[in-house]
Design a protein around this ligand. Structure first.
Ligand SMILES: *[C@@H]1O[C@H](CO)[C@@H](O)[C@H](O)[C@H]1NC(C)=O
Length: 380
C-alpha cells in the first residue's frame, strides 16, 4: 500500500511546468496602464466635476488599469479600451445617489479623450450637466471605437461631420442633449451601426437620402428634433430595421411605399409631423408590426382594408389626420388590437363588430364626420 506522501508526489516535469505557469501568468494577465493613457485620463478628469459621489476618487496611483472606476484596459498592452461612466448605474459607487441612482456631473468632454487611441467604448451617460461639444477629434482619432454613448447631458454644437469614419461603430447614442445642425451625411457609411439614437436634440435639415444604406441598423431613434424634408424612400429597404421613431419633427411628404414590407419592423412612430398622402397598405398588412403611431399628421385617403387574423397591434394610433372612408372591415378579424385610436379624422359609417372592438370606448372614435355603432351608439 502506498504511503500518503507517495500518493501526493508530483512528477518533476509537472512541477517544472507549474513553476513556468506561475512565472508567466501574472505578466500575461495585467500589463500596467500606459503612461500616456493615464495622462489623458487625468486631463479628462480635470475637465469634469462630480462632487457628491466621488466617482473619480479611485482614479489614483499610476496603474489606471487597476481599479480606476469606469476604466477598462486591454490586458495585453495596458492601453485603455473602455471609459464608461453612467450617471444612472446601479453599482456600489453610484449607490449613495439613491434608487434609481442619479448622479450629476458638470464640465466638458476634454479633447484629451482623443489621445486614448485604442478606445473601443466611450460612455458618459446621463450626467445631466456635462456641456460643451462632442470633441470632433473623436471621429478622426479613435478608429477602434465601437460604442459612443453620450446621452442625457447638455452637449451643444453639431454631430462631428466625419463621424462616418468610425467604421467599427455599432452604437451611436447622443440622445437627450442640445445638439444642433444636421445629421452628417457621412453617417450612412457606418456599415456596422446597429443602434442610432439622436432623439431629443435640436437637429435640423433632412434625414440623409441614403439612410437606407445602413444595412445593419436595427433601431433608429430620431424623435423630437427639428428635422424637415421627406422620410427617405431608402428606409423601405433596410433589412434589419426593427424600430423606427421619427415622431415630433417637421417631416413632410408621404410615408414611403413598401415601408414595413419586410417582416422585421416591429415599431414605427411617425406621429406629430406634417406627413401627407395615404397610409401604405404594406404597413398595415405587416403582421410583425405591433406598434404603429401615425397620429397628428395630414394623412388622407382611406385606411387600407388589409388587416388579417395575424395582425397583432399593441398600439394603433391613426388619430388627428384627415383619413376618410370607413373603419376597415378587416380590422375586426385582427388577432389583437390593444390601443386603437381613430379619433379626429373624417371617417364615416358603421364601426364593425368583432372582438378587437369590444373593449374600446368612444374616445377611440370621437371627432369623426359620421361614424356610428359600437361605443358611439346605434346607427340611425
Ligand atoms: C402617438 O404619437 C404622438 C406624437 O408623438 C403622441 O402625442 C401620442 O401620445 C402617441 N399616442 C400614443 C397612444 O402613445
Amino acid at each position: 500500500m502506498a504511503s500518503p506522501a507517495a500518493r501526493t508526489a508530483v512528477p518533476p516535469a509537472l512541477l517544472a511546468l507549474a513553476a513556468l505557469v506561475l512565472v508567466l501568468v501574472p505578466a500575461a494577465a495585467a500589463a500596467a496602464c500606459s503612461a500616456a493613457d493615464r495622462d489623458a485620463l487625468l486631463s479628462i478628469r480635470a475637465a469634469l466635476t462630480e462632487a457628491r459621489l466621488g466617482v473619480f476618487s479611485s482614479w489614483a496611483g499610476t496603474d489606471c488599469c487597476a481599479g480606476w472606476y469606469g476604466v477598462g484596459c486591454d490586458p495585453t498592452d495596458g492601453r485603455v479600451a473602455d471609459l464608461s461612466l453612467r450617471g444612472e448605474a446601479e453599482d456600489a459607487v453610484m449607490a449613495p445617489a439613491g434608487r434609481p441612482a442619479s448622479g450629476v456631473m458638470s464640465g466638458y468632454i476634454s479633447d484629451a479623450v482623443c489621445r486614448l487611441g485604442r478606445l473601443s467604448s466611450l460612455v458618459l451617460a446621463d450626467w445631466k450637466q456635462i456641456s460643451g461639444p462632442v470633441p470632433s477629434c473623436v471621429a478622426t482619432d479613435l478608429p477602434y471605437l465601437r460604442i459612443l454613448e453620450l446621452p442625457g447631458n447638455r452637449l451643444t454644437g453639431g454631430i462631428p461631420p466625419s463621424v462616418g469614419g468610425l467604421s467599427r461603430l455599432t452604437v451611436l447614442n447622443l440622445a437627450d442633449n442640445l445638439l444642433s445642425g444636421p445629421i452628417p451625411g457621412s453617417i450612412t457609411t457606418l456599415a456596422s451601426l446597429k443602434h442610432l439614437d439622436l432623439a431629443n436634440n435640436q437637429l435640423t435639415g433632412r434625414v440623409p437620402a441614403d439612410f437606407g444604406k445602413l444595412a445593419m441598423l436595427s433601431r433608429a431613434l430620431l424623435r423630437r428634433n427639428r428635422l424637415s424634408g421627406p422620410i427617405p424612400a431608402s428606409v423601405s429597404s433596410m433589412p434589419r430595421l426593427a424600430d423606427l421613431d421619427m415622431s415630433e419633427n417637421q417631416l413632410t411628404g408621404s410615408i414611403p411605399d413598401g415601408l414595413g414590407s419586410g417582416h422585421v419592423l416591429t415599431s414605427l412612430y411617425l406621429g406629430a409631423n406634417r406627413l401627407s398622402g395615404s397610409i401604405p397598405a404594406s404597413l398595415l398588412r405587416n403582421s410583425g408590426l405591433g406598434i404603429l403611431n401615425l397620429s397628428r399628421n395630414d394623412l388622407d385617403g382611406a385606411v387600407p382594408d388589409v388587416f388579417t387574423p395575424r395582425s397583432y397591434f399593441m398600439l394603433l394610433d391613426l388619430s388627428r389626420n384627415r383619413l376618410s372612408g370607413g373603419v376597415p372591415r378587416s380590422l375586426a378579424s385582427a388577432a389583437y388590437v390593444g390601443h386603437l385610436d381613430l379619433s379626429h379624422n373624417r371617417l364615416c359609417g358603421a364601426i364593425p363588430a368583432g372582438p378587437p372592438f369590444d373593449h374600446l370606448d368612444a374616445d377611440s372614435f370621437c371627432g369623426n364626420t359620421c361614424l356610428c355603432g359600437g361605443p358611439l351608439g346605434k346607427c340611425t
